[in-house]
Design a protein around this ligand. Structure first.
Ligand code: G3I
Length: 375
């Protein structure tokens, strides 16, 4: 019976969670009696997934077993970033992405493509193009080539990642980076229309971060995102989902449930769906003691997800990694300010490096179980 067919009742799931809490360890759900996150989510019409890398498919079988059990969808962490796969115009290395998409197909998992455009991973040759016309042509050719290659195989495409940055001072609040600078602000419209033309079956997502907390910068970013979404919708640009990355961080900023709730309710009122796209928690500021740190991380997951999943328009949740064994934070690919300085290893994800569920898993399972049915 596929996970989606399994409809654990809320009572069953919460009883299982209570048993885990009673034993003081969510691993009481270990082995067969733990509800899979994908099943808890699917029973409420929510898609749950996580990142995967081609290297993990090649060499980490027990991790793949956990992925198959817990995830209904996968997202390419790095294998579809333009700067990673295209050293010259029209010359792509799709081996990593093909391995992931084929693995997903072979295991009945949905795919999310991340990401067609991201200022941070853009090929050097693109940056050196002579003018706006050449850059626009290259951008459109790229979207047609990549989204066209996987036509019909991507449930969701992250079309543009992180286009907004009010702190850069542009009047339009866009990030002052390669695409806006080289092509102009209309690149957003062009990109979404091109993605729609290349793959009419995929849901198209605009992905952002820096809206999760209560800060002057988060306030500004939420305001500018709303302004752009309103215009894009008004002008018929096919932005169907707003992705909120959800890279949370212990102790970094205050949290306002009201501001986050109002923001996503406003987006939902425009008829745009919400997705949590890169959920994890930086625990650098949390104590070294693992039991205490895991609980603090679990509480951060719970507080954020309580708001996000209370909004019925939130229909997709991806963590950015499933286990601490494979996390960009643990690999120190994140900023140095996110690294722990006491010699202990970060613990940002729902499962530990030994693939055992942590209190963060219980928070995720509990919030998914508590969500209203989306169908
Ligand atoms: O593959 C090479 C490896 O051969 C080499 O030995 C190693 C050390 O130099 O580097 C490896 O490449 C790294 C790559 O991840 C694969 O692990 C790059 O240095 C590293 O910069 C890259 O970091 C990725 C980062 O985006 C930048 O592309 C992270 O894995 C990835 O999790 C992170 O994801 C982004 C999202 O795409 C967008 N939202 C923010 C999020 C976090 O920055």
């Amino acid at each position: 019976m596929a996970a989606e067919d399994y409809r654990p009742s809320r009572r069953q799931v919460l009883a299982g969670l209570a048993a885990g809490v009673m034993t003081g360890c969510p691993s009481a759900f270990a082995a067969g009696d733990r509800e899979a996150l994908r099943a808890i989510a699917a029973a409420r019409g929510i898609l749950f997934g996580s990142t995967i890398a081609a290297a993990q498919i090649r060499a980490d079988d027990d991790f793949l077993d956990l992925v198959r059990r817990e995830c209904a969808a996968l997202v390419t962490e790095n294998e579809l970033k333009w700067g990673n796969i295209c050293d010259a115009p029209g010359e792509y290395d799709f081996a990593g992405a093909d391995a992931i998409v084929d693995f997903a197909s072979a295991n009945g998992l949905a795919m999310r493509g991340h990401t067609l455009l991201w200022y941070y991973r853009t090929p050097r040759w693109f940056r050196e193009l002579p003018n706006a016309a050449a850059a626009e042509r290259a951008m459109l050719d790229h979207i047609a080539a990549v989204a066209g290659r996987y036509r019909g195989r991507m449930r969701i495409w992250d079309v543009v990642n992180e286009p907004i940055e009010p702190a850069h001072g542009r009047a339009d609040g866009l990030r002052g980076a390669i695409f806006a600078d080289k092509i102009g602000p209309h690149y957003l419209d062009l990109a979404f229309h091109a993605a729609r033309d290349a793959d009419p079956t995929a849901r198209l997502l605009l992905n952002e971060y820096g809206v999760e907390y209560d800060s002057v910068a988060d306030d500004a970013k939420r305001r500018v995102i709303l302004r752009h979404l309103e215009r894009l919708k008004r002008e018929g640009v096919p932005v169907e989902i707003l992705g909120i990355q959800g890279h949370l961080e212990i102790g970094a900023k205050p949290f306002s449930a009201r501001k986050l709730r109002d923001f996503i309710a406003t987006v939902a009122a425009m008829g745009i769906e919400i997705a949590v796209t890169e959920l994890d928690v930086v625990d650098a500021a949390a104590p070294g003691d693992i039991a205490r740190r895991d609980q603090i991380v679990a509480d951060e997951y719970r507080r954020f997800l309580e708001v996000m999943l209370d909004e019925p328009a939130t229909r997709t949740v991806f963590t950015w990694g499933l286990s601490d064994r494979h996390s960009w934070i643990v690999r120190h690919e994140s900023g140095e300010n996110t690294w722990r300085t006491d010699g202990t290893v970060s613990r940002p994800l729902p499962f530990d490096a030994a693939l055992a569920p942590k209190p963060a898993w219980a928070s995720l399972a509990e919030r998914l179980a508590g969500a209203s049915r989306r169908f």
